[in-house]
Design a protein around this ligand. Structure first.
Ligand SMILES: N[C@@H](CCC(=O)N[C@@H](CS)C(=O)NCC(=O)O)C(=O)O
Length: 339
């Protein structure tokens, strides 16, 4: 009896030790390594793509930079790991990356079966269809019998099947795993339509041989809340990534920008003072420096700046804020209170 009791006590102690290391692991590992390892797209204009000098640019890249700024006070301490749609979830599960910032839709099965947690979305998207104007089609409901290019390992594949099944229309999926090959197949006329998240179709269209030859049909057939993701089991790391995205939105709500953040340090507004660490507390609560949010905004900008710079109306993607506008202007971007 005594031996069994003893064994149980040891077992409990071992389990406790194991769970506490799992809880604190990621931030410690990232700090010890001296850089954040981020899983990004292999190349998606506006979201994550190296420029002509090989410098990664995009909304997902800026989200990653914000995390690095929060953790290190230096937005450039990042190693980018390009991942295809099929590779991305296993790469996070196997600890090849600390975080995924890769236009990935938050879903129930990805959070449960795949053991991941999605934080606050950094882009609310929805699936659409891209076609050549020559097709003379105005609605996705006219795509009867159409061949549709689609990437495997995505929510896209299932949504398209659901859409056509629901309206009882036949279609022919053309499934190609390599994204560049998929886009090439569409532009070469191997499929009548390319289906994906609307923002991605805008990105693909922006690099088309002649963009005005192509249109995105009006139907949005799904909800695609694109969110950074972390592994299950490390709440502190989840909090850091989640509150980094929240901070980007909060700064826009408070009218704090990369240009005025130093001026804002002198603000009399207690909310601004707490946000920028002038009144300390939030940094300690997250296990970070009190200047975590200041560093994010100074080095990367607020959510609106990131949106405009990468995908907004003045970029080749020319996307409107729409759902990604602040809640105060009718969008879904809403930072839960920093208190
Ligand atoms: N948001 C959807 C789709 C994401 C996705 O992977 N889209 C493709 C189509 S543009 C992509 O990013 N491809 C780039 C690649 O696989 O390299 C999901 O999470 O499943």
């Amino acid at each position: 009896m005594k031996v069994i009791k003893c064994f149980l006590v040891v077992l409990v102690l071992v389990l406790l030790a194991a769970s506490s290391t799992a809880l604190a692991a990621t931030l410690d590992e990232v700090r010890a390594r001296g850089e954040l390892v981020v899983g990004v797209n292999t190349g998606l204009a506006g979201f994550a793509m190296p420029d002509e000098k090989g410098v990664w640019k995009g909304l997902d890249v800026d989200t990653a930079k914000a995390i690095a700024a929060a953790v290190f006070g230096d937005a450039n301490k990042i190693k980018y790991i390009p991942l295809t749609a099929v590779q991305r979830l296993p790469a996070l599960q196997s600890k090849e990356v600390d975080v995924l910032c890769r236009n990935t839709t938050a879903t129930l099965t990805r959070e449960t079966v795949n053991g991941l947690n999605f934080v606050q979305p950094n882009y609310y998207d929805g699936q659409a269809f891209l076609i050549s104007k020559k097709m003379n089609v105005k609605s996705a409901k006219q795509l009867k019998g159409a061949t549709v290019c689609v990437l495997p390992g995505t929510t896209t594949e299932m949504n398209a099947a659901d859409f056509f099944r629901k309206i009882g229309m036949p279609w022919k999926p053309v499934v190609i795993e390599n994204n560049a090959e998929l886009n090439k197949a569409f532009f070469a006329g191997r499929c009548d339509s390319l289906t994906s998240d609307a923002s991605q179709l805008a990105a693909v269209r922006s690099v088309a041989p002649n963009p005005p030859d192509y249109i995105i049909l009006p139907e949005i057939i799904s909800k695609e809340p694109l969110s950074p993701a972390v592994r299950h089991g490390d709440d502190q790391w989840y909090d850091i990534v989640n509150w980094t995205v929240m901070a980007l939105i909060e700064a826009e709500e408070l009218d704090i920008t990369s240009a005025n953040v130093d001026e804002m340090l002198k603000s009399k507004d207690p909310q601004v003072q707490r946000f920028l660490g002038v009144s300390p507390g939030f940094g300690k609560a997250l296990g970070l420096d009190e200047k975590w949010a200041y560093n994010i905004i100074k080095q990367v900008g607020n959510y609106g700046e990131i949106f405009d710079r990468n995908v907004g109306p003045k970029t080749p993607l020319a996307l409107e804020r729409g759902l990604n506008d602040l809640w105060t202007r009718g969008g879904l971007m809403y930072a839960i209170p920093l208190r």
